[in-house]
Write a protein that binds this ligand. Sequence first.
Ligand code: CA2
Length: 157
Amino acid sequence: MSDTPRSSLNILVLHGPNLNLLGLREPNIYGAVTLDEINHLLEKEGQELGCALVALQSNHEGVLVDAIHGARGQHQGILINAGAYTHTSIALRDALAAVALPVVEVHLSNIYQREAFRHHSFIAPVAVGQISGFGAESYRLGLQALVYTLRKLASTN
Ligand code: CA2
């Protein structure tokens, strides 16, 4: 039996505010892994899964909104940890809804075990799903879930 070639996927990975400080501050909450290490882990997982990644971190809501708009025609899906904007940003939610690409939301910490203001996500209703609480592993699981979703969609279209 011959292998069917896998369609080429290009995923946009977005990291929200303060995530540039990962591994440098508050390791008790967010762990010792740096953002560079997370991007490297994702790059490796992307190779395993046969997809390319472009990663961007920003502390600015508008930069993230622009990156989401720019994903149209360039990327097939978005993996996002919107950081604190998860709980505040209707602008990010509207941008994600507008581009209508499959989105997987990830969080390092279990946001439901934390303060009540972290329990609500504006992103969740426009995401395929959410992975929360597994540290850096949340990103790997999130990428797997996104690629699984995109391949399933491609096989039914
Ligand atoms: O658990 C997550 O991944 C969060 O998205 C992280 C956000 C937080 O506001 C969300 O409620 C949950 C905060 C990211 C801040 O990252 C830091 C890393 C090191 C030092 C300080 C902040």
